[in-house]
Write a protein that binds this ligand. Structure first.
Ligand code: FMN
Length: 274
């Protein structure tokens, strides 16, 4: 991670941040697109550097990030932390440290066999399994690959109990060994439909992984602006513009999952037109 000070300003029609060093040399990227991520004044960003000639590189600052930073068109000094994502992809030792995303269950079997599980044994979910589940969530698609999701794992019984008491649809949390709160980062994705869509994709990926690993889980909806949403956000100390969008309760099932209700294919599948 490189830390530096820079300025945000106009470059023609674009709003950009200057990179005050030779990014190709610093990130050891003699050619190709340089993908970067980090924080600007503490606000997370992801993007790619644009070449402006003479070795000069800039990062474009989109409208959402401009708003998050409070940029209003004036020349604007910023403190930046920047890492090169291409490098992260290239480090072999780090790759080896990532547990292989594997389960013995075939993908279609896992998707078709998943069902909500709301009763759990008094047994901790192993950290290795949790990591596989979380990585399955991170593998979800998101608009423009902005990856606007953060996951908070909660095992604190007092917190789980308080959340169960605060929402009659989330009572199962009182005896779940843990939950994963999927949070959407509005600083990174300003279009709410895309924010919700990306977090929903991450939630479903995790539910399938939970099932494929022999665990059981259920998606608890979080309604925007309701007391429960505020309670969860406050207990997690979520930053500004980061909101809880789903809560996944999970654990070892104590009862056989109900087989999913079969679909009448003809009633919901259409070809060429409705
Ligand atoms: C957006 C959404 C919100 C949900 N909220 C809750 C909830 O608050 N509590 C709960 O017990 N289940 C919740 N569920 C789970 C559904 O009740 C469940 O997926 C549905 O009944 C189908 O059953 P299945 O998951 O076993 O296939 C939610 C599911 C979705 C997709």
């Amino acid at each position: 991670m490189v830390e530096f000070q820079s300025r945000i300003g106009k470059d023609g029609r674009l709003t950009v941040m200057e990179i005050p060093f030779d990014a190709r040399e610093t990130f050891q990227m003699p050619k190709g697109t340089i993908f970067v991520c980090g924080t600007i004044n503490g606000i997370p960003y992801r993007g790619k550097l644009l070449s402006r000639g003479n070795g000069k590189q800039v990062l474009t600052i989109d409208k959402t990030l401009q708003k998050g930073l409070g940029y209003a068109g004036q020349d604007f000094p910023v403190n930046v932390a920047m890492a090169c994502e291409n490098q992260a992809e290239m480090v072999d030792e780090e790759k080896e440290a990532i547990p292989r995303l594997h389960s013995d269950m075939e993908a279609i079997t896992a998707i078709a066999g998943r069902a909500s599980v709301r009763k759990y044994a008094d047994k901790t979910v192993e950290p290795q399994k949790l990591e596989v589940i979380l990585r399955a969530g991170l593998s979800a698609p998101s608009a423009k690959n902005k990856r606007p999701f953060h996951f908070v794992v909660v095992e604190d019984k007092a917190v789980l109990g308080a959340w169960a008491a605060g929402n009659s649809n989330a009572k199962m949390l009182s005896h779940a060994p843990c939950c994963i709160v999927v949070c959407g980062d509005g600083n990174v994705e300003g279009t709410r439909d895309f924010l919700v869509g990306g977090c929903a994709a991450a939630t479903q990926n995790m539910l399938i992984a939970i099932h494929a690993l022999g665990l059981g889980g259920v998606w608890c909806g979080v309604l925007r602006g309701k007391e429960w949403s505020r309670q969860v956000a406050a207990d997690l100390y979520l930053p500004v513009k980061v909101e809880p969008l789903t809560v996944i309760a999970l654990g070892y099932p104590t009862e056989q999952e109900k087989a999913p209700v079969p679909w009448d294919m003809k009633s919901h599948i259409h070809y060429e037109r409705w």
